[in-house]
Design a binder for this molecule. Structure first.
Ligand SMILES: Cc1cc2nc3c(=O)[nH]c(=O)nc-3n(C[C@H](O)[C@H](O)[C@H](O)COP(=O)(O)OP(=O)(O)OC[C@H]3O[C@@H](n4cnc5c(N)ncnc54)[C@H](O)[C@@H]3O)c2cc1C
Length: 412
């Protein structure tokens, strides 16, 4: 984060998070990518011990009662550990939001508190084999049976599935609802309640995050584990998209920064044609473009965090969060790709971490809603904002010599 935008407490939080990231052994990160470790439980446990999980949640559950501006400072640092640790770290913020906002007191005690302490591990299960973008088209069902719901169906690409103690799951409780947004309910499902997890994917990157398929074969879930109201998960989903996408955005900034520092340092040492490669504009301009894009993304993510903390209207929040997710994740792909080019052949090898960063960061343009879906939301919300037809300030449409030539202003 920009140091000049941080207050003293935030600077201390940044340093605290940096101390945490420095405490992680390099071999652990290598073992995640090599899939010798399937789930980074130890990292979450350590973050929990340091009280760094779920910073935005109330102190009475073990959080710190901080805001989004604080959380993105921490996330930028955590993301220097790579996508899997930062994703699992973010899941606490994502699933925690659901429980904190919509859960019962009992659910907060049973799930939120141990999750923030790094003693219980969670996943969020939205995506199904038949599709992820069309969320309300989900086919996993939940049928009420006395004081239980019976879940049937499956979810795929679920990060953390391999190590999770419980899953936040969306399922259809009213498949015939006229409006699909009123057809889903949200549940906290314990792994022990007969949930099957399959490790079925070879991933290009983001390895070691425990991504798996989650199957419910008539899984009996106590009715008390319903979150919010029956058929009321639409509201929860819209709210959840804020932490999902803000964490992706802030993580993208941290990942890109880490690679850019490596490549910039390299360019000050590597020689070609008798001079340091940074003396070639082809190299230093890539660094210039990268830091500009990185700072622009960081600025957008920060403004969005400020906007969320100040409680802007939901539609505006949706647009800004989607812009942040899209812009920051695409920035991260461009920047890390530039880093590889700056480093030449060695950047493509495992002597430097750039190849892993590039593989890892490709994912974040796809998950937590693809960037095409971000575009859908951004345009939708902006058209709504513009619908009154009035210009925000001076209306420049009429600052043209023939502005009142109505014969030429043909729209149909
Ligand atoms: C490693 C990994 C980890 C993941 N972790 C999780 C997780 O923890 N929990 C979870 O629930 N999900 C998770 N996902 C799923 C991820 O969120 C989805 O893959 C993503 O939302 C896209 O869904 P899909 O793969 O079904 O693609 P589809 O929805 O089939 O989309 C395919 C293509 O069509 C485009 N498209 C679809 N609809 C539209 C539209 N209306 N307008 C324009 N373009 C459109 C998409 O942008 C995309 O390019 C993960 C995925 C991966 C690969």
């Amino acid at each position: 984060m920009f140091d000049f935008l941080m207050n003293d407490e935030q600077k201390a939080l940044q340093e605290e998070t940096r101390d945490f990231t420095r405490s992680v052994d390099r071999q652990y990160i290598l073992d995640l990518d090599a899939e010798k470790i399937q789930y980074p439980k130890e990292i979450l446990q350590e973050a929990g011990r340091r009280n760094l999980l779920g910073l935005r949640f109330p102190e009475k559950y073990g959080g710190r009662g901080l805001g989004w501006t604080d959380e993105i400072i921490a996330l930028e640092e955590v993301a220097t550990l790579g996508i899997p640790p930062s994703c699992l770290y973010s899941l606490v913020s994502i699933v925690g939001e659901c429980i904190n906002e919509y859960g019962t007191e009992e659910q907060r005690e049973e799930y939120l508190r141990p999750t923030l302490a790094g003693k219980k591990f969670c996943s969020e299960a939205l995506t199904e084999p038949r599709g992820g973008s069309d969320f309300f088209g989900a086919t996993t069902t939940a049928r009420k049976d006395g004081d239980h719901y019976i879940l049937h169906g499956q979810k795929r690409f679920i990060v953390g599935a391999e190590g999770s103690d419980y899953f936040m799951v969306y399922a259809k409780t009213d498949p015939d609802a006229a409006d699909p947004r009123n057809s889903l309910s949200c549940f906290l499902v314990d792994r022990d309640d007969d949930v099957e997890v399959k490790h079925v994917y070879g991933l290009m990157g983001a390895r070691g995050g425990g991504t798996g398929r989650v199957l419910f074969r008539d899984t009996r879930v106590p009715a008390k584990n319903l979150v919010g109201e029956e058929n009321g998960a639409g509201r929860i989903f819209y709210r959840m998209m804020v932490p999902e996408r803000m964490t992706s955005a802030a993580g993208a900034v941290g990942g890109a920064r880490a690679s850019l520092e490596v490549a910039t340092r390299y360019s000050t040492r590597r020689m070609a044609f008798g001079q340091k490669i940074k003396e070639f504009q082809a190299v230093s301009f890539k660094i210039a473009e990268s830091i500009t894009e990185l700072d622009a993304a960081r600025g957008l993510v920060y403004s969005t965090a400020r906007a969320l903390d100040s409680g802007i209207p939901a539609g505006r929040a949706r647009r800004m969060v989607s812009e942040s997710k899209k812009f920051a994740t695409e920035m991260s792909w461009h920047v890390i790709n530039h880093c590889m080019q700056v480093m030449g052949g060695i950047g493509y090898t495992n002597v430097y971490p750039i190849e892993r960063a590039l593989r890892d960061c490709r994912l974040i343009m796809i998950w937590t809603g693809t960037n095409e879906v971000m575009n859908l939301i951004i345009q939708h919300e902006f058209y709504k904002e513009m619908a009154d037809g009035k210009a925000a300030g001076r209306d420049t449409e009429f600052d043209a010599p023939e502005a009142f030539n109505e014969e030429e202003k043909i729209f149909e």
